[in-house]
Design a protein around this ligand. Structure first.
Ligand code: NVA
Length: 308
C-alpha cells in the first residue's frame, strides 16, 4: 500500500521505506561535505504541535531550511483545534496555503482526520499510538551498524507509541525484534495483529513477552523509552512501580554483551535508563537524535515527490 501521507510506516512498502532510508543516508553524507540540495526551495511546511518537542520541532524546521524551504510552527494555543475551530476547517485552510503539514496530536484519530480532509500530505510527528518519524531515524541508525535484515533488536519497557512504530518498522523490513513489557502495558493489540501479517510477507521475527533478560539475550540493539509518555503524567507513580524491573542498566546489559543501546529521548534518567548506560560507550542515542534530521528530510521529499 502506498500513501501520500506519512502517518504510519505500515502504510508504505519495504521498497518505499528503503528508498527513504537510502536518501536519508545520502543527505547526511552531503551535509557532512557542506552540501545542501535545494530540493524543497519555495515549499512551506506547517507544523501543528499539541505537545512539547525538542528533536521533532528543531529537526523538521532545520531540515526545511537546509533543503531551501520554510517552516511555520503552530501550537494548540495558536489554533485551538476542537475549541476555536474544527479539525476539518484547519486542514482545509492549511491546504490552500502550505505544501505539507506535520502534526503532533495526542489522539491518533485526529491526525487521521486531518489527513482525510487535507489535500496536502500530512506527516505524523507522534500520536498516542505511533511515532513513525522516530522509527525511520531508528532504522537508519541500526542500518549504519548492521544490515537491517540481519539485525536483532530488543525493546524493553512500555508498549507505547515508540514500541508500536518500531514493531511495524521491523515487520515491514524483516528485522528480528523481541519486545518485553509488563502484561499490563503490552503494545497495542491491532498493531501486533498488523505486524503478524506484515511479518509473514517480510520474514520478520517478532516475539512479544514479559521477561527483559530473555528479550535482550544476545541481541545487537537494546531499545527503551520513557515509562510515562506525554499525556500520562498523572499515572507516573504507578508506572514507576510497574516498570521498575524493566530498567536498562548494566545488570540487564550483561545479558547482551555486544549490544548497542538506543533511546528516542527525552529520557527520564534514573528511571527507564541509568546515566551510566545513557552516557556509556554502547549508547547510540545521540546518533538516533542526529538521524531524525536526515530521515525526516527524506520523508518530506518522499511525500512531496521531489528529491535527488
Ligand atoms: N513515548 C514518548 C515518546 C517521546 C518522543 C511520549 O509519547 O511521550
Amino acid at each position: 500500500m502506498s500513501s501520500k501521507h506519512f502517518l504510519s510506516v505500515a502504510d508504505h512498502s519495504a521498497e518505499a521505506l528503503l528508498a527513504m532510508l537510502d536518501r536519508a543516508a545520502e543527505l547526511k553524507r552531503l551535509l557532512a561535505k557542506g552540501e545542501r540540495p535545494q530540493t524543497l526551495q519555495g515549499r512551506t511546511l506547517a507544523m501543528y504541535f499539541e505537545f512539547p518537542s525538542l528533536r521533532t520541532h528543531v529537526t523538521f524546521e532545520a531540515g526545511m531550511a537546509q533543503l531551501g524551504g520554510h517552516a511555520i510552527f503552530l501550537t494548540s494555543d495558536h489554533i485551538g483545534i476542537g475549541t476555536r475551530e474544527s479539525a476539518k476547517d484547519v486542514a482545509l485552510s492549511l491546504s490552500r496555503w502550505v505544501d505539507v503539514l506535520v502534526a503532533r496530536t495526542q489522539s491518533h484519530a485526529l491526525v487521521e482526520e486531518l489527513a482525510e480532509v487535507a489535500s496536502i500530505p500530512v506527516v505524523n510527528a507522534l500520536t498516542d499510538l505511533l511515532h513513525p518519524c522516530q522509527a525511520m531515524a531508528d532504522l537508519m541508525t541500526i542500518a549504519e551498524r548492521k544490515p537491517l535484515r540481519e539485525a536483532t533488536v530488543a525493546y524493553v519497557g512500555d508498549g507505547n507509541n515508540v514500541a508500536n512504530s518500531l514493531i511495524l518498522a521491523a515487520s515491514v523490513l524483516g528485522l528480528g525484534l523481541r519486545v518485553a513489557t509488563p502484561a499490563s502495558h503490552r503494545p497495542t493489540v491491532h498493531v501486533l495483529r498488523r505486524a503478524e501479517d506484515l511479518a509473514r510477507a517480510s520474514g520478520a521475527r517478532i516475539e512479544v513477552g514479559e521477561d527483559p533478560a530473555e528479550a535482550v539475550r544476545g541481541v545487537d540493539f537494546v531499545y527503551t523509552d520513557v515509562w510515562t509518555s506525554m499525556g500520562q503524567e498523572s499515572e507516573s507513580d504507578t508506572r514507576r512501580a510497574v516498570f521498575r524491573p524493566y530498567q536498562v542498566n548494566e545488570a540487564l546489559l550483561a545479558h547482551a554483551p555486544d549490544a548497542w543501546v538506543m533511546h528516542d529521548l527525552p529520557a527520564h534518567r534514573g528511571e527507564e535508563i541509568t546515566d551510566e548506560v545513557l552516557d556509556g560507550p554502547r549508547s547510540i542515542v545521540f546518533d538516533q537524535a542526529e538521524n531524525r534530521l536526515h530521515a525526516q528530510k527524506a520523508v518530506l521529499e518522499a511525500v512531496l515527490e521531489v528529491g535527488g
